[in-house]
Ligand binder design. Structure first.
Ligand code: HEM
Length: 145
């Protein structure tokens, strides 16, 4: 990720923060529309808290883009927990698509091709680290069985 991309992600995130809860609502609505199977994973979930948790992780990641490696362990652990929530690697495609769709709606004219490319990059980095954690959790469970 280039310096310009980091700055673009940080600048656009600042614009999302004032409307963050609405954006998070839109995100989950969109996710369940494009991936109806994902809804069942949140059957027992307090969605108000869930929106806060998602926004918090994204905020930390966006403010740490210069030292994402320092977050690797935390993001891998997040991925490990996701294996326990029944999440599969394929779900990351729908979550990524719903996230980009939401940012596009939230940012309007500020959603430029460069912003889209920068956010695609950031999401891809996070998703890869989480998926690695998920694979480790699945492998550990298998070898314990
Ligand atoms: C970059 C991608 C993602 C981020 C940043 C993220 C973030 C989070 C956070 C912070 C939590 C709170 C619980 C915890 O910390 O363990 C959580 C829970 C959860 N996430 Fe994700 N997540 C991502 C991808 C996904 C994907 C792909 C799915 C699949 C649809 C998913 C489904 C869930 C579910 C089912 C829960 C548990 C809800 C509960 O507590 O009942 N997440 N996520």
């Amino acid at each position: 990720m280039t310096r310009d991309q980091k700055q673009l992600v940080q600048a656009t995130w600042k614009q999302v923060v004032p409307i963050a809860d609405t954006a998070a609502r839109l995100f989950y609505e969109r996710l369940f529309e494009i991936d109806p199977g994902a809804r069942a994973l949140f059957g027992e979930t307090n969605m108000t808290r869930q929106r806060e948790k998602l926004l918090q992780v994204l905020s930390v990641a966006v403010s740490s883009l210069d030292r994402l490696d320092a977050l690797t362990g935390v993001v891998e652990d997040l991925g490990r927990r996701h294996a326990g929530y029944g999440v599969t690697e394929a779900h990351f495609d729908s979550v990524g698509a719903a996230l980009l769709w939401t940012l596009e709606r939230g940012l309007g004219e500020h959603w430029t091709p460069a912003a889209a490319a920068a956010w695609t990059e950031v999401y891809g980095l996070l998703a890869n680290i989480m998926q690695r954690g998920m694979r480790e959790a699945v492998a550990a469970k298998r070898s314990a069985a």
